[in-house]
Design a protein around this ligand. Sequence first.
Ligand code: AMP
Ligand code: GLY
Length: 428
Amino acid sequence: MKILLVGGGGREDAIFRNLREHGHDVHVCMSNRNPSIISGAASYHIVKETDWNAVRDIAVKTKPDLVYVSPDGALDTPLVDSLMDSGLAVASPSRSAARIETSKEFMRSLLSRHGVEGNVWNATVSSRDELIYALGELNAEFVVKPLGLTGGKGVKVMGYHFPTAEEGITYASGIMEKEGKVLIEEKLSGEEFSLQAFCDGRHVFPMPLAQDYKRAFEDDRGPNTGGMGSITDSDHLLPFVTREQSERSLYILRKVSAAMEKEGFPFHGVLYGQFMNTSGGIRVVEINARFADPEGINVLSIMDDDLGEILMNVANGNLHRQPIFRRVSTVLKYIVPRGYGSSPAPSELSIESGVLGEGRKLFYASVSGTLDRVTMSTSRALAVVASAGSIPDASEIVDRGLKFIHGDFQVRRDIGSREMMRKKIASA
Ligand code: AMP
Ligand code: GLY
């Protein structure tokens, strides 16, 4: 097939490589000069992914069999709708369907309108009085969330990001001043996990569970980031999530899909639920409208199926079977500029081919340059991924590959380590 992919980060490199491995001609619209994508694309266009008029014009000229719009920013524009209006097959959600991610208020209210399990106490408020009233009703620790997209960096949790209710109120008031409204949620605690699923408007098929590590520093310290790395396990569960809990989260995603179909905006694309395993059961932290980054890279790196065929079925409402993933554990560690998460200082990285030893894979994210020398941006640079019989073995294989990458960077070596996994299993 001739496929147009919109996006040029690490997740899109993983999507791109699966499509190339299955023989598709891939044309790409991206804002950076991703060297991995450039090396195999049938054509590429350097364009801001949110410049939807420009991307739509390129798509119409390219005449692809299928378009996949990947980044959340692009899903929050009229792009997908205008591609569909131009008669193209698109495996991504319409702007109305993408609201499941782009409006946290919409997500919470959809769950409550349809009685979907796992919802969390929440209130959207637009004045200080409403805020104080809501916090009095909740009478517990809380979380402050801007309603729209924040690249994983706008949510602040009491006890982690602000110590007292007063400081939370100040943060929430600042958001209200700028944006008019803010979302307050009850603070949950427990292990978080990600369930990504292909969804064709009606049928929902899961990918292996994954866990993302958002904090910038080892031992889960430091500011929240877009994600420093991620793991999956060989049974496609996680050592601290049972099959029953995994099935419960899939049941929730299926109910979300059914609710969206009922309300007249069926979801086509990847539905990605971020769940928390709490003492009160499985709860919904977020629902996103795309592959997770980094977790999407883990699962795509072990997918044996042709993603192009799956995405065509996603677009056409024809998804009828479970995609196949290899039964191995994976660990991914992102190489990021020093200071990432607060004040990143991008520099150059040089890459020796030894990084691909022991079955490791290297995905290129927000970088420009060549395959062996890249310039970082202020965002994530390179993802090193390994698979093995166990999570700690995969983590060690990644670590052995890091010595082939030279430059001034940060990486979390603890992700998937024996010690980290032991702690997580003990506290589950
Ligand atoms: P989000 O940007 O909404 O994915 O949130 C970023 C992170 O904030 C999540 O991965 C959680 O760790 C944390 N978070 C979000 N909502 C809650 C909540 N209701 N309770 C506790 N932590 C939360
Ligand atoms: N893994 C975090 C995200 O993709 O939003």
